[in-house]
Design a protein around this ligand. Sequence first.
Ligand SMILES: [Zn+2]
Length: 248
Amino acid sequence: MKLESPTGGNVVDVPRRRVVLRGEEVSYRLIRARRRSIGMEVHLEGLTVRAPRWVTLRDVEAALVERAAWILRSLAAWRARRRDVMPREWKSNAPIAYRGDTLSLALYPSRSASIAADLFHLVVRHPCAHVEHEVAKSVIEWLRAQATALVAPRVLHYVERIGVHAPAVRLSNARSEWGSCNANGDIRLNWRLVQLPPALAEYVVAHEVAHIVELNHSKRFWSLVETLLPGHAALRRELDDWTALLAS
Ligand SMILES: [Zn+2]
């Protein structure tokens, strides 16, 4: 039940197959790999099966049937972890995640637009408070501005610690990763980081800054992350719970 690192996630392009387990149709991705036995994993993208090339599809399906109870239980657990991170309808009382809390939208008509978070609400004053797409646009703009204000100083903090030049940082709108770093050391961070609990956003920033020095997920990379943010492993695991944010 593990998603790879924030920059991982390469199984999305593999076509899906279907199998019926205990009367329930389950889709899965089959990846042919150099290995001795069939391996299964359930994560955000659903069920992924890795099998040696010589194993027939029939054998793969037999293995899935054998582990049906575990597969169905794991899929149900993942579905239960989905959160209401963005309003389905941009109306008062709709839930929205902000800095790890679930706030309720509170919309008020007003001559000029303003947005502020309190402990329970995201208070949106807007000339078109009843026009959902206008409200959505304003809130997302506001979240992006909050994200910039949040991550820029944290990037500088970590950059200073490792003694490299400050990178170009841009916000991304990716659906599959929280952040990325390229060979030039340019960093992209997802604006939805502002919806995560602060400690998890912090971990993503430290992770991407560490890639400026180590553009890989080697032991050296992880020990650099640990130096920057001691105890990062627990945060990394907790981040899995929030990765549904990106897809929703
Ligand atoms: Zn990474």
